[in-house]
Ligand binder design. Sequence first.
Ligand code: NAD
Length: 509
Amino acid sequence: MTQKHVKVKNHINGEWLDESNGHYVPLCNPSTGAVIGEVPISSADTARQAVAAAAVAFPAWSATPLPKRMNYLFALHQAMKDNLEDLAQSIAVDQAKHISEARGEVGRVIEIVQMACSIPALIQGETLQGIASNINGRVIKAPLGVFCGVAPFNFPALVFGWFIPFAIGTGNTFVYKPSTESPLFMQKMMAILVDIGLPKGVVNVIHGEKETVEGWYDDPNVAGVCLVGSSPTARAIAEGCGRHGKKTMLLGGAKNFLLAMEDAPMDLLIENVIASGYGSAGQRCLAVSNIAVVPEIHDEFVERLIDAARAVKVGDAMNPDVFMGPVISAKARDRISNYIEIGVDEGANLVLDGRNPAMPKANADGFFVAPTVFTGVTPDMRIAKEEIFGPVLSVLKVGCINTGLATLNAHELGNGACIFTQNAYYIEKFIAEANVGMVGVNVGICAPHPYLPFGGIKGSLVGNNKVQGKDGVDFFTQNKVATIRTVDPAGQVPTAGVANGAVRSCVAS
Ligand code: NAD
């Protein structure tokens, strides 16, 4: 399929716009290496214009009755279902996520929107009656204004789902910056938001990089910034926002461990390691990277893993017969290849080398790395410590559950960790002691359902706000507290409780 050249546009205050600074970068299809379009690198001024539009839209949007705001989310939910294939294809083209996984990602966002439709139940405030005579306290979950969001390349749809339905459902307006490496989903999604009649300025989209985001830090109209990206980017945004007192929700990078115990169900383990480590070419924040295996099953596991990894079909992300597409860019391919070299230099055994796989002619210029396996990896090696973000698995030998836990807990990142075992003691110990934000038991990807919070700890989360579930609602609202004294018009002062007082004065008159 030949892809038409796309000039990606910003969408500000209801209008599709070219970037006035004329600065554009090429957009590639990683499966073929072909340039398929161009993406603006918007200036900080454009970033602020988008915020100004969102600020103008805020008063009317936040005053829109809640059921009416929810109607937009219901319409969004239906429109995403109707356009699922088109949305998935956009991800399979520019991010080169395999089409079946791209469908899965859009499907997950539909579930997230469904969850966001329960905002009216989650946004209810609290009242404390009778703080003093005639005085009550009320907590209102109020919107804050304009939020800005920054997305990574690897989940263009999911991160839209984590930010926008929650932000606008709670009454805020939004400016969203997708990754310049995967902007096409948001072009389609913004068109859907226009189609469902969302008022102009409620959601705005601008494309760009670091300099675009930096335009928001000192903008008084920005209430907060959220990011899903690498840990250095999370820290940079925390610093910029911290200087100006902005609220932040910043999910960072990952280096996920899987601990395989002696009683691990081997078929299930292999199937899940392959899906987790090589799905999306290892470019998932919950992808397993380090596999800690106890001696009893180490050799059998390695043998089975190599066989299964060799059998993984690599190819064009649009080809339903392959399992794994390319990585995002030539730069990413070179970085991953460099890590493979580093592993060899550090003394790990490269038992399966995925560099430079033979590809059919149409994909010869694509950015491919095939499944790679290292054994004999130790925790001090760079390949065990640093985020490779590609299809490279490191197998470490650990003596028992205690050394397995100590190894993963010593890592500076703490996104997710999984255990494979049938032993209830191991399961409970792992859940209690693994120092990560998300734990999995006999699953390869421990992604929580949209009704539950998603996020890591330690270096994987800057600050303490997680996405989705009730946490998503909390981040986009403030607990505004009203202290209310009522005065009896008849001049009588009730002893406690407004309602009682009102009734008494009525009865008295
Ligand atoms: P990245 O950090 O390079 O970029 C993420 C976004 O931040 C992009 O939109 C980019 O334009 C912008 N950006 C980059 N540098 C910036 C800076 N200094 N200031 C402001 N904005 C900046 O990440 P990526 O390569 O696009 O995505 C992969 C990373 O995201 C991995 O580290 C992965 O673990 C992480 N990730 C984490 C989660 C999670 O749930 N914790 C989910 C998905 C991806």
